[in-house]
Design a protein around this ligand. Structure first.
Ligand SMILES: Nc1ncnc2c1ncn2[C@@H]1O[C@H](COP(=O)(O)OP(=O)(O)OP(=O)(O)O)[C@@H](O)[C@H]1O
Length: 621
C-alpha cells in the first residue's frame, strides 16, 4: 500500500526551479489545442496579423507627419479646398489618412474577435478540465481522499482551473507582444540600434523583481493552503443551512467568526508583506525604466534638432520607444506571471499523475453467480494510512453464501472497516480475502462493486428528488419507475414519499428551492431503498436502522430477511432486537473475532455477547 505516496511539489525556492515550472507550458498548450483546434488556430492567426499592425500604423503615421510638414514647407494652404482636391495636391495625404483609418478599424475588429475566441476557448478549457478532474478523482482510491495533502493539492488544482483559462490569453498575448516588439525593434534598429540595448538594460531589474515576487506569492499561497481550506470550512460551517440548527443552539457563531478572523488575518499579513515589498522594489525598478526612456528621448530630440532625423522620424522614434518600453515591461511582467501560473499548473498536472492502486487485474474474474462458498477472511490485517493502531488484525471468518450474518461489537471494533475491505474500498495489508476460493483482487472491480449493495451508516443525503435519491442504488435504472417504487415499498420509503407534496418528484433537502427535509429515520428508509434498487446478491446494511423507531426497525428488518432470501446479507447493528434475527452473529473485539454463533448459542456461552445483551436488556427493564 502506498502510504504517504502523495508527495506534493515542495514550495519552490531557486530561480532555476521557477524556470523549471515552465516545462508545464507545452502540456498546457497541448490541452488547449485538444480543447478546440479551430479556435486555437483562429486565435493564433488573428493575433499574428494583429501583432504587426502597430508598427505599420505607426509608420503610416510618420509618413503623414512628414507629408504635413512637407505641405507646410510648400507655404501652407489657404485657398479653395475643392480646387485643391481636384488638382491632386492632397491625394497622397488623403490616401495615407484613409490607410491609417483602415488600419485602426482593422486593429479594433481583430482585437474584439480575438477576445471573443479566447473567452470561448477559455471557458471550454475550464469545463473540460473540470470534467477531467472529476473523472480522475473518481478513479482514485478511497485512501487517497483521506489524505490531507491530496486534499490540499486537489483544492489548489480546483482553484487554478478557473484561473488557468486566463493563462491562455496571457500566453498568446505574450507571443503577440513579442512579435510586435520585434517589429518595432527592427524599425528602430534602422535608426539607432544601441538605444534598444539601453532600454533592455533599464528594464531587466524590473523583470527579475517581478519574477521573484511572483514566486514568493506562490510560495505563500502554497504554504497556506491548509489554512485556506480551513477558512472555506469555517465559512461553510458558519453559513450553511444544514449546520444552522446546531451552530445556533450551541451559540457557535462568535467562535467560528473569531477563528475565521484570526486565520484570515495571518494570511492577509503574509500577503501584505509581499505586496509592500513588491510595490517598493517595483517602484524603484520602474523609475529606472523611465530614466532609460527619457535618456533615449533626449537623444532623439537632439538628433532631430541637428537635422539628422525628420519630424516624422521624431514622432516614429519617440512613439516606437514608448511602445517598446511598455511592450518590454508587459512582456517581462507577463513572463513572470506565466512562470508564476505555471507553478500552479504543477498542482493540476501532479494531481492527474496520481494513480489508483486498487485496480482490476488484466484478466479479471466475474462475480460468481450464484455464489457458492461465499467470502473467507484469512488472517486479515488492515491499518489506515498514518494510523498507528491496526483497525483489524488476525481477522478470520467465513461469510457463507445465503446466510444473514450480523456483526456486533463496541464502537471502533472494526465493523465498518470489515465492510470496506469486503467491497474492496481498501486492500488488506496482511492476509487475504477469498471469494469462492479466489482472492478478491482477481475479480473485476466494477463487477464486484456492482454485485455488492452496501448502505453505510453515513450514507449520503443527496439533494436530488426522492426518485433519484433511490435510483442512485443503480443509476442506470433511473428511468425505471416501477423498479424505484418497488424498492421504496420494500424499505418502507413509499410511506414517506406518499406524504411528500410532490411524491417521487419532490426535491429533498433544503439546499434548492422547494426542497423538503426528511427526519433521520425517513432518510434511512430512502437510503435502504437504494440497496433493494441495486438488487445485488450480497447486501450489506451498516447500521442503517439506528434512527428508525422500534416498530419501523422491526418491520424493515423482517422484510430485509424475507427479501434477502436466496441472497447473502450482512447487517451491522447495535440493537439486539435486530441482531438476534440473523442466522449467525459475529462479535468483533479490537479488530478480531471474539465470538461467533447464533443468538441462543452466544447467550448460552455467557461471553461478551451475553454481557452486552444483558446490559441492553437491563436498560429496558
Ligand atoms: N478513515 C479512517 N482513518 C483512520 N482510522 C480510522 C478510519 N476509520 C476508522 N478508523 C479507526 O479504525 C478502527 C475501526 O473503525 P470502524 O469504523 O471499523 O469501527 P466500527 O466497529 O464500525 O465502529 P462504530 O460502531 O463506531 O461504527 C477505529 O479505531 C477507528 O478509529
Amino acid at each position: 500500500m502506498g502510504r504517504g505516496r502523495h508527495q506534493p511539489p515542495p514550495a519552490p525556492k531557486s530561480l532555476r526551479e521557477r524556470f523549471a515550472a515552465l516545462r508545464n507550458v507545452p502540456a498546457f498548450l497541448h490541452s488547449i489545442w485538444t480543447t478546440s483546434r479551430w479556435m486555437t488556430l483562429t486565435s493564433v492567426l488573428l493575433r499574428l496579423v494583429r501583432a504587426l499592425l502597430p508598427v505599420v500604423t505607426l509608420y503610416v503615421g510618420k509618413l503623414i507627419v512628414d507629408e504635413v510638414v512637407h505641405q507646410v514647407r510648400l507655404g501652407g494652404f489657404r485657398g479653395d479646398l475643392t480646387a485643391a482636391l481636384h488638382d491632386g495636391r492632397f491625394d497622397h495625404l488623403a490616401t495615407l489618412l484613409a490607410l491609417e483609418f483602415a488600419l485602426a478599424v482593422l486593429a479594433d475588429l481583430l482585437g474584439r474577435v480575438v477576445a471573443m475566441v479566447d473567452s470561448l476557448l477559455g471557458e471550454r478549457y475550464a469545463d473540460l478540465t473540470s470534467i477531467r478532474l472529476m473523472e480522475h478523482a473518481a478513479s482514485l482510491d478511497l485512501e487517497d481522499f483521506e489524505d490531507a495533502d491530496l486534499q490540499d493539492q486537489l483544492d489548489r488544482a480546483r482553484r487554478q482551473i478557473a484561473g488557468r483559462s486566463s493563462l491562455l490569453s496571457q500566453l498568446l498575448q505574450q507571443a503577440q507582444d513579442a512579435i510586435t516588439l520585434v517589429s518595432f525593434a527592427v524599425g528602430l534598429a534602422v535608426y539607432a540600434p544601441w538605444l534598444i540595448v539601453l532600454l533592455a538594460v533599464a528594464l531587466v531589474p524590473a523583470f527579475l523583481g517581478e519574477f521573484h515576487f511572483n514566486a514568493q506569492s506562490y510560495a505563500v499561497n502554497y504554504q497556506w493552503t491548509p489554512e485556506r481550506r480551513e477558512l472555506d470550512y469555517l465559512r461553510m460551517v458558519g453559513a450553511s443551512a444544514s449546520n444552522a440548527k446546531e451552530v445556533k443552539s450551541f451559540g457557535l457563531n462568535r467562535f467560528l467568526i473569531d477563528r475565521y478572523r484570526v486565520l484570515s488575518q495571518s494570511i492577509y499579513q503574509a500577503n501584505r508583506r509581499i505586496a509592500l515589498r513588491r510595490a517598493g522594489w517595483g517602484g524603484l525598478f520602474t523609475t529606472l525604466g523611465t530614466l532609460g526612456y527619457y535618456a533615449a528621448y533626449a537623444f532623439i530630440a537632439w538628433r532631430t534638432v541637428t537635422g539628422a532625423f525628420s519630424i516624422g522620424d521624431l514622432t516614429f522614434l519617440s512613439t516606437s520607444f514608448r511602445r517598446l518600453r511598455t511592450l518590454l515591461e508587459t512582456l517581462f511582467t507577463g513572463f513572470s506571471q506565466v512562470a508564476g501560473q505555471a507553478l500552479y499548473l504543477d498542482d493540476l498536472f501532479s494531481f492527474f499523475r496520481i494513480q489508483p492502486e486498487i485496480l482490476s487485474p488484466p484478466n479479471p474474474r466475474q462475480f460468481p453467480r450464484p455464489l457458492r462458498e461465499g467470502f473467507v477472511f484469512e488472517d486479515v490485517g488492515f491499518r489506515y494510512p498514518d494510523a498507528e493502531r491496526w483497525a483489524v488484525r488476525h481477522l478470520s471468518f467465513t461469510l457463507r453464501a445465503g446466510e444473514v450474518l450480523a456483526l456486533v461489537g463496541e464502537n471502533g471494533a472494526g465493523k465498518t472497516t470489515l465492510v470496506k475491505l469486503l467491497s474492496r474500498l481498501y486492500d488488506p495489508d496482511e492476509g487475504r480475502i477469498l471469494l469462492d476460493g479466489h482472492p478478491l483482487a482477481e475479480y473485476d472491480l466494477e463487477d464486484l462493486r456492482l454485485n455488492i449493495g452496501v448502505i453505510f451508516q453515513d450514507f449520503v443525503r443527496y439533494y436530488f428528488n426522492a426518485s433519484d435519491n433511490i435510483a442512485v442504488g443503480r443509476i442506470e435504472a433511473r428511468e425505471d419507475e416501477p423498479r424505484i417504487s418497488d424498492a421504496a415499498q420494500r424499505s418502507l420509503a413509499d410511506q414517506v414519499i406518499g406524504k411528500l407534496p410532490k411524491g417521487y418528484a419532490q426535491m429533498l433537502g433544503k439546499l434548492f428551492k422547494g426542497g423538503v427535509d426528511l427526519s433521520g429515520g425517513e432518510w434511512q428508509k430512502v437510503a435502504i431503498a437504494r440497496a433493494y434498487m441495486r438488487d445485488a446478491p450480497l447486501l450489506i446494511l451498516d447500521e442503517p436502522t439506528a434512527a428508525l423507531d422500534a416498530r419501523s426497525e422491526y418491520e424493515v428488518f423482517q422484510r430485509f430477511k424475507e427479501l434477502s432470501r436466496g441472497k447473502t446479507a450482512v447487517i451491522i447493528s447495535h440493537r439486539f432486537s435486530t441482531v438476534r434475527m440473523a442466522d449467525r452473529i459475529i462479535v468483533l473485539e479490537g479488530g478480531r473475532v471474539a465470538e461467533s454463533g447464533s443468538h441462543e448459542e452466544l447467550i448460552a456461552a455467557g461471553g461478551h455477547y451475553a454481557e452486552l445483551f444483558e446490559l441492553q436488556a437491563a436498560g429496558y427493564r
